[in-house]
Design a protein. Structure first.
Lengths: 272, 303
């Protein structure tokens, strides 16, 4: 019965073609000699050269990378705390409001989040710039971290934690020496998710940013409005390449951990 | 000592993210609502009244007296806003339906795939998430343009003579939304379908149920939680979408996210854009609560 029917194969293949074809075309045309993005005129890397000579884009890329690294790190700490609060301390006052505030940002339209944060910063008289973009990114990406870490915590065998505490470990020690090593892959993928959400964000950054803190998506957006250019294709290809390398390293790391874990388990059994 | 440490640790773990979200997520909504009751002014910030601590209680009350619902009256009087809300809901609804129709066979096919292949397929669905949303929307411009790749291809193989006009129409927006949000639909559907017990279908077929009606009577009803979650994850953000209608839809499209953006950035009318955001939030409260209940139920089951 469990055969993979032709219909199933066709729908999966077509689905993946739809998901990947536009990205592949974009990458191919970034190596196009012609200035016209849709007419192929031979292989060339001239747009990569002109990209690196574009000071505005390079500055924006640097701002984006700094915002993303800082906000992803803070968001991971806060998001992991929130996940612990939701899974380990199930009874506390205002839990319903808390879980509501964690899940709502996942689906909240970006224009609303952006506008409301901007009005907050204006109301408290906080100058807009690098810091405000960072605060905004922490706020919306920490909720994604929470969901990722929470799902790992839910499938976690709590008796290990209880055993550690029974043996006299403090909750803090238990968390850092027992819980954290187990949920580390989830925390890492939460961090990577927060990083890409921040690298990617246009709308919230546009609302909360100020002079001198133009991010790469804002820069790309303003150039795209003027027309599609091969230089932007080149910038996009580099971003895709960076992400692909990151994902590859992460999946290799998890695979190695998995193999190591299995080996350890076998060794443990053999030793008995 | 351990008890005290435990109490402090658990308190901190709750209080720090709680306080953060209260300050940066919940309070801003009240500020949006408050400013939606203000009037536009040529000043910095461009609205009145502005509250200051120096006002004291009487000053505060006097300023609250200046609040007005004029912005909301204005929204109902100008057909532009009503049309923008309605067309956003319509576009998001149609796109969600198309995403479901495309996403379901993909998720079903993935769930039926050989067990060893499934992690790879799952990875392939998640991977586009990691590439920029803006880039993925941008990639479609070169494809959908009148002289773009799709038309070159179709004319090249002789299906059409004159270029299809897709760019700057609602069709471009549907394609953009379906494309960008497809993984959000496939993932919950897949996790619902993958958990399904295949013996149920076999039992139905052994009892003489044809394959297609076994699907409709067994598989489909069991996948409804996945359908609900997927549709909410697509519909809610799509209603307020800005990037897709702005880049693919051209100047004619009316979507509320774009209207809000223009009201704010081009017209610099902060009180009206705050009112637009407040109404949008009210419209979305019902689906958001629906989504949260589904999340809470999933969380309950996971425990």
């Amino acid at each position: 019965m469990n055969t993979w029917s032709r219909f199933n194969i066709v729908s999966v293949v077509l689905g993946f073609a739809f998901l990947y074809l536009p990205i592949v075309l974009l990458v191919i045309f970034s190596f196009n000699e012609s200035k016209l993005v849709t007419v192929w005129a031979g292989f060339s890397t001239r747009w990569y050269v002109s990209l690196f000579n574009n000071q505005g884009l390079m500055d924006a890329a640097w701002v984006t990378i700094r915002v993303a690294l800082l906000s992803a790190t803070v968001a991971t700490v806060l998001g992991t705390m929130a996940a612990l609060a939701l899974t380990r301390y199930t009874r506390f006052r205002g839990r319903l409001l808390f879980s509501g505030m964690v899940y709502a940002p996942l689906v909240m339209p970006e224009v609303i989040t952006g506008l409301s944060l901007l009005l907050l910063f204006v109301a408290i008289g906080f100058d807009r710039g690098f810091v405000t973009v960072m605060l905004a990114h922490i706020t919306f990406s920490m909720c994604f971290v929470t969901v990722v870490v929470q799902s790992r915590l839910l499938s976690f065998d709590r008796s290990i934690e209880e055993a550690a505490m029974d043996l006299g470990a403090t909750p803090v020690k238990t968390f850092f020496e027992v819980t954290l090593p187990v949920i580390a892959p989830a925390v890492l993928s939460g961090w990577m998710l927060a990083l890409t959400l921040s690298l990617d964000d246009l709308v919230i950054a546009s609302f909360t940013s100020g002079p001198g803190a133009t991010t790469l998506p804002m820069k790309i957006y303003s150039q795209v409005r003027l027309g599609v250019t091969p230089e932007i294709n080149a910038a996009c290809t580099l971003l895709i390449g960076l992400v692909a390398i990151g994902v590859l390293i992460a999946s290799l790391m998890t695979k190695r951990r998995e193999v190591q874990r299995q080996r350890d388990e076998q060794a443990a059994f053999a030793g008995r | 000592m351990t008890k005290l440490g435990s109490a402090i640790f658990s308190r901190l773990v709750i209080i720090i993210p709680y306080a953060w979200l209260l300050f940066f997520f919940l309070i801003p909504f009240f500020i949006v609502f408050r400013i939606s009751l203000s009037t536009t002014a040529i000043a910095q910030p461009p609205y009145e009244p502005v509250f200051a601590l120096a006002d004291g209680l009487s000053g505060l009350l006097a300023k609250i007296g200046q609040f007005s619902f004029d912005n909301y009256v204005w929204l109902t009087e100008d057909a532009l806003y009503l049309n923008a809300y309605l067309s956003s809901l319509w576009i998001a609804g149609v796109s969600t339906l198309i995403t479901l129709l495309i996403g379901y066979p993909i998720a079903y096919g993935m769930a039926q795939a050989p067990r060893t292949l499934r992690p790879t397929l799952l990875m392939l669905v998640i991977l586009p998430f990691w590439t920029s949303f803006l880039i993925r929307v941008y990639a479609w411009i070169a494809i959908l343009k009148p002289e773009g790749l799709l038309n070159q291809f179709l004319i090249g193989i002789g299906i059409i003579d004159t270029p299809l006009i897709i760019m700057n129409t609602n069709w471009a927006i549907y394609i953009g939304i379906v494309y960008s949000y497809l993984p959000f639909m496939v993932l919950p559907l897949y996790s619902a379908l993958e958990k399904m017990d295949n013996t149920l279908i076999e039992a139905a077929q052994d009892l003489g149920c044809p394959q297609i009606s076994a699907f409709w009577k067994v598989t489909f009803p069991l996948s409804i939680p996945g359908i609900v979650a997927g549709c909410m994850l697509v519909f809610i953000p799509a209603v307020g979408e800005f990037v897709i209608p702005d880049l693919l839809g051209g100047s004619q499209t009316l979507m509320i996210g774009k209207t809000l953006w223009n009201e704010f950035n081009a017209n610099r009318d902060w009180p009206v854009s705050a009112a637009v955001a407040t109404i949008l939030l009210l419209i979305l409260v019902v689906p958001i609560v629906f989504f949260q209940n589904a999340q809470a139920k999933a969380e309950e089951q996971g425990r």
